[in-house]
Design a protein around this ligand. Structure first.
Ligand code: GLA
Length: 394
């Protein structure tokens, strides 16, 4: 080959490899992810029987039809690495292997997720991905995995931006579209740098099943709304609905996660849910706020005496309007709609409440409750919400 031809060939090769820069997979999270994860209820006590039972329950309870599609293994599925360094599952817990499980999930129209960590070990002490990123990504792809949550334990001296970009690139090269969920608890402000790395990033430490924890997380997540959007979401952690809070608190928790366009990853025992828990998780009108195509995280508009007024613009010109009562007593609220006439700087949407009249549909009672024409007085129970879908009256 002539020297000049060779130079051109080398230059082409270089530009090709630069042009083929690894990216996260597109369109896996145009709306926030919906599914179930084993951690909140089971920690590391997971097994093939349990997960298959959850897959079955996702179908039989109607959760799948309501949009929940991922069944995610969290910490504790791991066995040892083989002689070549490829991770294996715990064969006692998962006799048919992870591929068997993903085949099962796929046969029911669902997807399977898995968990690892950027450090040497997972938070519970199992073998994690540091130094094995490409092997792990390859293994997940071979197993038919659809979602990876990558945690942040045992990460001393690891650069977060680099560590997560490395796994993103490894997933890309493995070739199977896998949703990438960053879980570094907001420690390094991932909202500022992870938009092109993952599909969502945890914004806080771990949720606990109590009202205080839910409200603390809400407050940390709500100030980050400008960073969320289709393909890249703030993740205020998995749901605790059905795990022991009151029905009012569960309803408020679920509604606020939907108002904030959060991933809806269930954390409860779905094989024998109480009817009131199922009614919350299956409320399609509230889920629709979360899954709205516009993808704008809702905002707290105002707060008076521990009562918060939230709004969220929706793709069809509707608005979600929500009152969150954080007090331990019911609260009587007078809603003067003209006060909510504003333009949202993040989305550019305006309510025009001085000039437009909207009808009000209560998304929990399913009743029409008049219009925004005159001041409305409502009572919101303690630790509960009232949520309306506002539709312009023509
Ligand atoms: C961290 C994560 C949790 C869970 C555990 C597992 O605490 O934030 O969501 O995955 O690790 O050990």
């Amino acid at each position: 080959m002539k020297k000049s031809t060779m130079l051109v060939a080398v230059a082409m090769l270089l530009s090709c490899s630069i042009g083929a820069k690894a990216q996260k997979f597109d369109h896996l999270a145009d709306t926030p992810a919906m599914g179930w994860n084993s951690w909140n209820k089971y920690q590391c006590n997971i097994s093939e029987d349990l997960i298959k039972g959850i897959v079955d329950a996702m179908v039989s309870t109607g959760l799948k039809d309501a949009g929940y599609q991922y069944v995610n293994l969290d910490d504790g599925w791991h066995g040892q690495r083989d002689a070549d360094g490829f991770i294996q599952c715990d064969a006692k817990k998962f006799p048919e292997g992870i591929k068997g499980l993903s085949d099962y999930a796929h046969s029911k129209g669902l997807k399977l997720g898995i968990y690892s960590c950027c450090g040497k070990l997972t938070c519970a002490g199992y073998s994690a991905s540091l130094g094995h990123e490409y092997q792990d990504a390859l293994q997940y792809a071979r197993w038919g995995i659809d979602y990876l949550k990558e945690d942040w334990c045992y990460c001393e001296n690891v650069n977060p931006k680099g560590a997560y970009a490395l796994m993103r690139d490894a997933l890309h090269d493995a070739g199977r579209p896998i949703y990438f969920s960053l879980c570094e608890w907001g420690s390094n402000k991932p909202w500022e740098w992870a938009k092109d790395t993952g599909h969502s990033w945890r914004t806080t430490g771990d949720i606990q099943c109590n009202w205080k924890s839910v409200m603390t997380i809400l407050d940390k997540n709500k100030v980050l709304r400008k960073y969320a959007g289709p393909g890249h979401w703030n993740d205020p952690d998995m749901l605790e609905v059905g795990n022991g809070m009151s029905v009012n608190e569960d309803r408020a928790h679920f509604t606020m996660w939907c108002m904030m366009s959060a991933p809806l990853i269930l954390g409860n025992e779905i094989r024998n849910m109480k009817p009131e828990t199922a009614a919350i998780l299956l409320n399609k009108d509230v889920i629709a706020l979360d899954q709205d195509k516009l993808g704008v995280q809702g905002m707290m508009f105002s707060s008076v005496e521990n009562v918060e007024y939230w709004v969220k613009p929706l793709a069809d010109g509707d608005w979600a309007f929500c009152i969150l009562n954080r007090n331990e007593q019911p609260q009587k609220c007078g809603i003067d709609w003209r006060m909510f006439d504003f333009k949202d700087e993040v989305s550019g949407c305006a309510t025009n409440l001085q000039t437009k009249v909207y009808t009000l549909r209560n998304l929990w009672t399913k009743k029409m409750e008049g219009t925004t024409k005159r001041v409305k007085t409502v009572v919101v129970p303690a630790h509960d919400v009232l949520v309306y879908r506002m539709t312009e009256k023509k």
